[in-house]
Write a protein that binds this ligand. Structure first.
Ligand SMILES: Cc1cc2nc3c(=O)[nH]c(=O)nc-3n(C[C@H](O)[C@H](O)[C@H](O)COP(=O)(O)OP(=O)(O)OC[C@H]3O[C@@H](n4cnc5c(N)ncnc54)[C@H](O)[C@@H]3O)c2cc1C
Length: 369
C-alpha cells in the first residue's frame, strides 16, 4: 500500500517538481497538485546554471539537460550594435563539465517530471489549493475539487500569485517596474550558435540567447527587437513572442509554522542574470533536506530553511534590481561603463570568471545547515 503523503507540494513548476524529486529520493512520500490542466508549453527561463546542474546530477536530470541544451561558450557585449568585448568564462575551471546551458523551461520541466514519475510520483493536474489552515501538528489544505488533505508539511511552490502566500497572509513587499519588456523566439541566420549577445543600445537593451538548432531567444525593451540585430544577421520565422513587466519582491519570511514557500511564490525579480528558476530549484533542494529532518523529529529545521534561503534569495533580488536599473540607465556615466567596462574586464585575469561565479551563485555554497 502507498504511504500517506508527508508533504503536499502546491505547484508543479520547476520549483515544485524539483522539491518532489528531491523529497522522493530522500524517501519522503509527497503529493503534488497543480491548478493547470496541462504543463506550460511556452518557456520563460532558459539558462540552467552550473549550480542547478550540480544539485540535479544525482537525479539523472543534469545529464539530459546537457544532452539536449546549448552550452554557452562566450558572451559578446556590444553598444549600439558594435561589439566592444567578447567574454569567455573558463567553464573548465569554474564548473568542470557543467557550463551554463540554454534549454527552454518547458523542456527542463518535462525532464524533472519524467524523473519524478520514474520514481513512482505523479503530478495531479487541474487541482488547485483554495484554502489552508494549520495547527501545531498538521496542515489541512482544501483543494478545488472540495477534497481536504491533511499533511505534516506543505510547500507553496505556486508561483508569483501564490495562493499559499495569500492564505498565510504574508506581504510581498517590493516594487514594480512598469516598462514592458519583449521576448520572442526566432530563427536567425548568421548569429553564433554557442554565444550570447548583449547589446546596450540607447533605446534599450537587446539580449540574444541561442537554443540548439538555429532558433534564438530575443529579450529587451524599446522599439521592435527584430530591427535592432547586428549587420549580417538575418531573422526568419518567429515561433513565439510575448511581453512581460518586472517586479522585485520578497516575502518577509519563507516559512510559517508547518508551511514553507519556495521559488517565485517567495521572491520575484527581473530575468537579468537568469536566476529565477535556478534559485527556485536551490530553494527546493534546501527545503527537501530540512523537511526530511522535520519529519524525523527535528521541528526547528523548517525555521532553518527560512533563515538559510531568505538571505540568499534577498541578496539576489537586490542584485537583480541594481543590474536591471543599470541596464535601463542612459546617463553618461552608465553609457561609459557599458562601453568601457567589458573590454577592461576582459583584460583583467580572472575578473570575468569572478563575475560569472557571482552571477550564477557559485560564490557561496548551498547551505542546508
Ligand atoms: C522572460 C523571462 C525569462 C526568464 N529567464 C530565466 C532564466 O533564464 N533562468 C532562470 O533561472 N529563470 C528565468 N526566469 C524566471 C523563471 O521563469 C521563474 O523564476 C520560474 O518559472 C519559477 O518557477 P516556480 O516553479 O517557482 O513557479 P512557476 O513556474 O510560476 O510555477 C508555479 C506553478 O504553480 C501552479 N499554481 C498556481 N496557483 C496554484 C494553486 N492555487 N494551486 C495549485 N497550483 C497552482 C501553476 O499552474 C504553475 O504550474 C525568467 C522569467 C521570465 C519572465
Amino acid at each position: 500500500m502507498a504511504h500517506a503523503p508527508q508533504v503536499l507540494i502546491v505547484g508543479a513548476g520547476p520549483t515544485g517538481l524539483a522539491a518532489g524529486l528531491f523529497l522522493t529520493r530522500a524517501g519522503v512520500p509527497v503529493r503534488i497538485v497543480d491548478a493547470a490542466q496541462q504543463p506550460t508549453a511556452t518557456s520563460n527561463a532558459l539558462a540552467v546554471n552550473p549550480r542547478t546542474l550540480d544539485l540535479l546530477a544525482p537525479t539523472g536530470v543534469s545529464a539530459r539537460v546537457l544532452e539536449q541544451g546549448q552550452p554557452i561558450a562566450g558572451i559578446r557585449i556590444a553598444t549600439d550594435g558594435r561589439q566592444v568585448a567578447r567574454l569567455c568564462p573558463d567553464w573548465a575551471r569554474i564548473a568542470p563539465g557543467r557550463p551554463m546551458t540554454i534549454l527552454p523551461q518547458a523542456r527542463t520541466e518535462t525532464l524533472l517530471a519524467e524523473a519524478f514519475t520514474a520514481l513512482g510520483g505523479q503530478v495531479e493536474r487541474g487541482l488547485a489549493l483554495t484554502a489552508l489552515a494549520q495547527d501545531a501538528d498538521r496542515v489541512t489544505a482544501t483543494l478545488s475539487n472540495g477534497e481536504t488533505v491533511t499533511v505534516p508539511l506543505l510547500l507553496g511552490a505556486d508561483g508569483a500569485h501564490s495562493a499559499v502566500r495569500h492564505a498565510l497572509d504574508l506581504d510581498f513587499p517590493g516594487e514594480a517596474m512598469p516598462m514592458p519588456w519583449h521576448l520572442m523566439d526566432v530563427d536567425i541566420e548568421g548569429a553564433p550558435q554557442d554565444e550570447a549577445w548583449i547589446d546596450f543600445q540607447r533605446v534599450g537593451p537587446v539580449v540574444v540567447l541561442p537554443f540548439s538548432g538555429g532558433t534564438f531567444r530575443l529579450i529587451g525593451f524599446g522599439p521592435d527587437l527584430l530591427t535592432r540585430l547586428p549587420d549580417g544577421w538575418r531573422a526568419g520565422h518567429v515561433h513565439w513572442s510575448s511581453q512581460f513587466t518586472i517586479s522585485h519582491r520578497i516575502v518577509p519570511t519563507m516559512a510559517v509554522g508547518r508551511v514553507a514557500l519556495a521559488g517565485d511564490a517567495a521572491h520575484i525579480h527581473s530575468p537579468v542574470g537568469g536566476r529565477g528558476m535556478n534559485l527556485g530549484i536551490e530553494d527546493a533542494f534546501v527545503f527537501a533536506a530540512c523537511a526530511a529532518d522535520v519529519l524525523k523529529g527535528q521541528p526547528d529545521r523548517l525555521a532553518d530553511y527560512a533563515r538559510l534561503r531568505r538571505s540568499v534569495d534577498a541578496d539576489w533580488v537586490r542584485t537583480a534590481r541594481s543590474l536591471t536599473r543599470f541596464v535601463a540607465d542612459d546617463s553618461l556615466g552608465a553609457r561609459l561603463l557599458k562601453r568601457w567596462g567589458p573590454p577592461l574586464a576582459a583584460r583583467v585575469p580572472g575578473l570575468v570568471d569572478r563575475a560569472i561565479r557571482r552571477g550564477t551563485g557559485l560564490d557561496h555554497p548551498v547551505r542546508i545547515r
